[in-house]
Design a protein around this ligand. Structure first.
Ligand SMILES: O=c1ccn([C@H]2C[C@H](O)[C@@H](COP(=O)(O)OP(=O)(O)OP(=O)(O)O)O2)c(=O)[nH]1
Ligand SMILES: [Mg+2]
Length: 143
């Protein structure tokens, strides 16, 4: 699928790192080094603007290597890029470790998955169908 993109950064376009990867890594586009202190969160620019087809979203997810090695997560994970958004894609990183974390331009800070989604039309009713689960949830089948 072709997707229109504007790249205002000096980085290459996001790319799939392996043949069947779901996500494309997103790179930081920052003018100077950004330091994330422990428990600090910052919105990191990518310089990218995209035009998703109607019925598609992009999800901004953490990279497991950064999470495991440095405790770097995404506050609103998975971030949602709407099909009608034309602004810059940004990544809301948080440092969950006890050490400061440095971000430089070109660093791969997150990954983006493009996925289909539905838009629903509500059908308001008084009763829903019976199921064996019913209202059971939150561990009602055991741990
Ligand atoms: O990680 C993210 C999440 C969102 N966005 C952009 C694209 C998205 O379409 C828009 C709005 O995001 P969202 O709906 O999650 O935020 P909101 O707090 O509901 O803001 P709004 O009232 O603008 O919808 O912000 C990003 O660039 N990065
Ligand atoms: Mg919103």
């Amino acid at each position: 699928m072709n997707i229109r993109i504007i790249n205002n950064s000096k980085n290459a376009l996001p790319a799939y790192e392996t043949a069947h990867a779901a996500g494309m890594d997103l790179r930081a586009d920052v003018t100077q080094t950004v330091i994330l202190q422990p428990m600090e969160r910052k919105l990191i620019p990518t310089g990218l603007h995209i035009e998703l087809p109607v019925g598609y979203e992009a999800q901004i997810r953490p990279r497991s290597g950064l999470a495991y090695k440095f405790g770097i997560g995404i506050v609103n994970s998975p971030g949602t890029i709407d099909a009608d958004y034309r602004g810059e894609i940004k990544v809301l990183l948080v440092n969950l470790s006890t050490e400061p974390f440095e971000i430089n331009t070109g660093d791969r800070i997150a990954q983006m998955i493009v996925a289909r989604h539905e838009q629903v039309i509500w059908e308001a009713v008084d009763e829903l169908s019976d199921t064996s689960r019913g209202h059971g949830g939150y561990g009602h089948t055991g741990v």
